[in-house]
Design a protein around this ligand. Structure first.
Ligand code: SF4
Ligand code: FES
Length: 252
């Protein structure tokens, strides 16, 4: 780690928390070249800041053409999933001090989806798989005049999978998805799970049949990459296993 510099505040000398960190960013601009390249940026940053802060410093102070998605900056919107030091993470939840700033920090787009520019990928195939599992409550009959009641135990059944923020960190860390983008992928299955195991929903069988497809749940090879990648701590592989079991037993 670079030696912290000394700064004067009033008459007292104080140690600055700032260090110089190298960000090694994968750049791609189809209007300039068909090849992606690495570019290094030296950034003065407090190690308690996040990778997203470093990317902002690059964009705002060094190179305005750097392109990436982010919105909430607080781990809620799911828009800034990227490969940081070879692992899928949210840039807004990754502290510089937690990823060894003594070495260059590599930042790349997530894998398995077409790169449009720099760190931005085409999310449409990901969201198409999400739409395909019908991620909304389906019930028969008239609209209820009162809320649909559910016991605490029944609500607990799918609590974990309600936490998904659709960041794609799981799906884009899956080797099956890398090799064949037709696979629904972990995130779509997580969001199907959220409704299949909801006692108020009446389309569980339909969703199971959708995932019984050749590109469905059976493609999962239980590598646990998805569970490791999930910034919300969702037990993604477990949810996939539960959907597989429901397909075999038809009990959910
Ligand atoms: S399951 Fe986790 S990693 Fe996958 S899309 Fe949802 S929040 Fe992101
Ligand atoms: S910017 Fe919204 S989750 Fe990171």
């Amino acid at each position: 780690m670079a030696t912290p510099t000394l700064e004067k505040t009033g008459s007292a000398a104080q140690a600055s928390p700032y260090i110089t960190v190298t960000f090694r960013v994968r750049r791609f601009n189809p209007e300039v070249s068909a090849e992606a390249t690495w570019q290094d940026f030296q950034v003065e940053i407090d190690p308690k800041e996040r990778v997203l802060d470093g990317l902002h410093k690059i964009k705002w102070d060094l190179d305005g053409s750097l392109t990436f998605r982010r919105s909430c900056a607080h781990g809620i919107c799911g828009s800034d999933a990227m490969r940081i030091n070879g692992k899928n993470r949210l840039a807004c939840k990754t502290l510089i001090k937690d990823i060894n700033p003594e070495k260059p920090i590599t930042v790349e787009p997530i894998k398995g989806l077409t790169v449009l520019k720099d760190l931005v990928v085409d999310m449409e195939p990901f969201f198409q798989a999400y739409r395909d599992v019908m991620p909304f409550l389906i019930t028969k009959g008239n609209e209820p005049t009162r809320e649909r009641l559910q016991s605490a135990e029944d609500r607990e059944r799918f609590d974990d999978t309600t936490k998904c923020i659709l960041c794609a960190a799981c799906t884009s860390s899956c080797p099956v998805f890398w090799n064949d983008g037709q696979y629904f992928g972990p995130a779509a299955i997580v969001n199907a799970h959220r409704f299949i195991f909801d006692s108020r929903d009446e389309a569980g069988e339909q969703r199971l049949e959708i995932l019984n497809d050749k590109d469905g749940v059976w493609r999962c090879r239980t590598t646990f990459n998805c569970t490791d990648a999930c910034p919300r701590g969702i037990e993604v592989t477990k949810a996939i296993q539960e959907v597989k079991r429901a397909l075999i037993t038809r009990r959910f």
